[in-house]
Design a binder for this molecule. Structure first.
Ligand SMILES: CC(C)(COP(=O)(O)OP(=O)(O)OC[C@H]1O[C@@H](n2cnc3c(N)ncnc32)[C@H](O)[C@@H]1OP(=O)(O)O)[C@@H](O)C(=O)NCCC(=O)NCCS
Length: 170
């Protein structure tokens, strides 16, 4: 059993998080950008630590989803983004712990609901969320996407078809 501690990222954590959790094109910029959002009070960037090693993360955004088609239907609902656990550490309950920690943080701020989008082509993640009490909102499928600069300096775009799930909190 792997034990982890979960806490919001701190300035002094950034270097090691950028070094150890660099599995996609957006690292390291995404970690520092999320730290800045946390500093502004817009989000909480939770990081799971195994000793001195960061092994997972989850972004909790207070303003809710920014995906336009959903905005009118899903109000007063903080949004979760980019739940991730390093492959070697998966299936040890760390993803569940990160979600529970985000839910607890939202409850402490007086929220009664929390939500997240999941790709329709990620059935394992969808089943994982359903098991933890998340349910489809009935708002249907929507496409989300963005533009980024890859490691070679070329502009690339991505799109993903998702459904939105929410959970009512105690
Ligand atoms: C989804 C994820 C965060 C779960 O983290 P975790 O620490 O393994 O979660 P837990 O140990 O609490 O639960 C494990 C369960 O997650 C589910 N799961 C969902 N997606 C999975 C994946 N890509 N790989 C492995 N398990 C996954 C499985 O049901 C698994 O159960 P199992 O161990 O019996 O197979 C992790 O698998 C991950 O980082 N996946 C890649 C990123 C991703 O798909 N994020 C979700 C985006 S919406």
């Amino acid at each position: 059993m792997i034990t982890v501690r979960i806490r919001p990222i701190a300035a002094e954590d950034l270097a090691i998080v950028e070094e150890r959790i660099a599995f996609d094109w957006a690292a390291p910029e995404k970690h520092s950008e999320r730290f800045t959002r946390q500093e502004k009070g817009e989000a909480v960037y939770l990081v799971a630590w195994n000793g001195n090693l960061p092994v997972g993360h989850l972004l909790l955004k207070w303003r809710g989803t920014a995906d336009d088609p959903l905005a009118p239907d899903i109000e007063d609902c903080p949004d979760l983004e980019d739940l991730f656990v390093i492959p070697d550490y998966r299936s040890n309950g760390i993803g569940t712990r990160l979600l529970e920690c985000a839910e607890q943080t939202a409850v402490e701020r007086g929220n009664t609901r929390i939500g997240l989008g999941v790709g329709v082509d990620n059935p394992r993640a969808r089943r994982f969320y359903l098991r933890l009490g998340y349910r489809e909102t009935g708002t249907g499928r929507y496409e989300t996407g963005g533009v980024y600069i890859d490691r070679d300096g070329s502009e690339r775009s991505w799109t993903e078809v998702c459904v939105y799930l929410t959970k009512y909190l105690m």
